[in-house]
Design a protein around this ligand. Structure first.
Ligand code: SF4
Ligand code: SF4
Length: 131
């Protein structure tokens, strides 16, 4: 990851419609059982190669609901194996954690600005569609 959705999600579906890599599942399919949308960290690429900022956070009407998480890299393997926050997909019984396969992440976002609950900063001009 990436980004993570908290319990202020109002299940509006906007983020799922805007994710370029189909990393978001709805509340019905949330593998943690929580009644909120869920970002699959093993799929999220922080919109790298698609957009300048996470599009899910840019479109979300519940401000602060989507926050940064740690990079999905081997250094944070144990973090993403925390079953209380994530339910990673598996392949032949092996969890698709960062040790299985790392994902792209925004290298310009320093670690001190990351962690569950750290606000995704989106420039206001990116939030406004002109014309
Ligand atoms: S940051 Fe981008 S790739 Fe990740 S869940 Fe949000 S929209 Fe999808
Ligand atoms: S856009 Fe925000 S409020 Fe809407 S479903 Fe996604 S996380 Fe929930």
């Amino acid at each position: 990851m990436s980004v993570i959705i908290d319990d202020t999600c109002i299940t509006c579906d906007a983020c799922q419609q805007n994710c370029p890599v189909n990393a978001i599942v709805n509340d019905t399919n949330n593998p943690t059982g929580e009644k909120r949308y869920y970002v699959q960290p093993e799929k999220c690429v922080e919109c790298v190669g698609h957009f300048e900022d996470p599009q899910c956070a840019a479109i979300c009407p519940s401000i602060g609901c989507i926050t940064w998480d740690m990079p999905f890299t081997k250094e944070f393997d144990a973090h993403f194996l925390n079953g209380a926050l994530y339910k990673l997909a598996t392949k032949e019984g092996v969890a698709k954690s960062p040790a299985f396969k790392e994902k792209k992440y925004r290298e310009d976002i320093p670690l001190e600005l990351r962690g569950v609950g750290k606000e995704v900063q989106v420039a206001p001009e990116d939030l406004i569609e002109v014309g």
